[in-house]
Design a binder for this molecule. Sequence first.
Ligand code: DGJ
Length: 723
Amino acid sequence: MIKYDEKTKIFKLDTLTTSYVIGLADEKYVGHAYYGKKLASTDLAYLLRIDEPPFVPSKNLREKVSFLDTYPMEYSFGGTGDFRESCITVTTADGQQGLDLTYVSHRIYNGKEPLEGLPATWGENSETLEITLEDVPTGIRVLLSYSVFEDNDALTRSVKVINGGNDAVYIDRVLSACLDMDNEEFEVLSLHGSWARERHMERVPLGYGSYVTESVRGESSHQDQPFLALLSKNCTQTVGEVYAMHFVYSGNFLAKAQRNQHDTVRMVMGIHPESFRWKLEAGESFQAPEVVCVYSDEGLGKMSRTFHDLYRNHLIRSKYKNQTRPVLINSWEAAYFDFDTDELLALAKKAAELGIEMLVMDDGWFGKRNSDEGSLGDWTVNEEKLKGGLKHLVDEVNALGMKFGIWFEPEMISPDSDLYRAHPGWALQLKNRSGSQCRAQYVLDLSRPEVRDYVYECVASVLRSANIEYVKWDMNRQLTDIGSAYLPADRQGELSHRHTLAVYELQERLTRDFPDLLLENCSGGGARFDPGMLYYSPQIWSSDDADAIERLAIQEGTQLLYPLSTMGAHVSDCPNHTVGRVTPFETRGIVALAGTFGYELDPRKISEEDQAKIPGQIADYKKYTSLIREGDYYRIASYQENHRFDCYEVVSKDKKEALICFVQVLGEPNFRSRKLKLQGLDADAEYVVDGKTYLGETLMSAGLILQRAWGDFKAQIIEIHEK
Ligand code: DGJ
């Protein structure tokens, strides 16, 4: 519900349990009055503290500099008085910067308009407030959009810049959201990592100065996640305050929390300004991506569930989002580049016998791709490997009762490829420099329309050639050499963003032209696990590290923000290919239950005893997948924090059933049985666990006693049903 009170000049945006309040200063600046627990009153203009003396002498003259440097801004701008973090910098034709953005008008409407060329939340039961600001001397206008969904507790924000002047200007920085607050001894939570250890949580106190998490890698990255949250000191899974932002974008991002002189905090998020410069001709506009804002007064758990529900109901579009995904077997860790039709069919035959439903042919099927040293861009089937062609293989796999999926890495070009030999100018490159190779590949210049068309046609023609029901869209290197032989000099700064827009355009075309295709995004594991990708694909490969114990931290960090149904999670072989660890087959199965289930191994090469467990694992997946996909997620114990055990719980929306997954990482000597305090149950309902009846309240307040697990890396699942 969005309301505007003409008398107090207050906008109030209410979600189920939160209020977001915007006010107008007499000088027409748009101020941020409040974000937090839902308020009934609209008499909130006093929160903008217009009488507070910001400077000596102790009279508030509302001189511009001291005023702007302390006023809580809805959208900050620099150069005219506010020395805190600016959201926007525009260079005009005279080479100058500096803006003074004041209120012009607003409109409130039902629904939410799509963001042109960008992924964004959607849904009819929404309402949007659009506030137009203007810098009068230059005619630069900024449209701030805020949307709320009736059934969800999140708020989404985006920004559009319009050049209403007569000359071209350059946008050097355009962030999408700004949140000014009083500091309350906040701590900052963010997610970090590297290849094969993505999304580990970090929580530190917010000191004076700035805390930054960012990517300038051309993708959201393994290293950082476009997410930042401010937490009250007492914040746990169940109590305390959280102010979170998550960016619906897959390229360079900046997320910053700045603690300022008067103990105020400014949190901002948007496209990273580093090497960004967008030319805007007179009359043109630039749409910046969306930020999702979540406030929780019930700790991190409520924040996670709010993100999960928003993404499930209002971001993911794929028809598969509410469907049981096929159990897949992926050829990557089973065979790497070493396969041919006979090998794949033998693998598929064995997999089919065990109940696996789809064969995914990973990297290595095209051009002369026998290692990762060439052929990217040459998307023609390698008939030396796939004798009889792709259709023959797919038909044979289908004849085994299995679906067929395929891998692509469409954004790349190998120096050793026919494509590069024919079009060396199609790679991103800096003039007069040799390119920086990474995994022996360059990145295609997707700002070129003919390159986008080429790439699209390559993928589409392969898909048209056989009954291919799944695509894994991979991206195995970060962007360097950000130069285009196609774009003019004054548009080179647009290149990184144009790359991301091109990926969106290609995936939009793909999902539109092949509506039945199940698309899984991937980036060298989980380097593009971001909300932008979820708009196109209902699942994303979480990490190249499929070791069950390493996955505990990766999956916990992922689950903090993303519905479990979006996490690609597979059972892999042992010793694990990334860390060499040996874990029980059962544990690997239970850990992979947390996401979309599959196998990353050759079932012919594992012990008969483990092979025999596969049908049971698949049955468990089928049994629990709808609960895991649609239920509410609760984090019960964090291995990242306690270094001993991990536990999460999923409760059905009607609270009639729940599932607990527990992993004891290391066996403990002199162990006393452990109590797990459950969450999310109906306090008054009776539940049955292992044949014994408990009151919901008892399980949540006193806990469930867990018997000792004997040994290391032991996992168990516990089912709970209402009596
Ligand atoms: C990285 C992916 O994460 C892997 O699963 C695999 O597809 C390789 N790329 C193939 O090159």
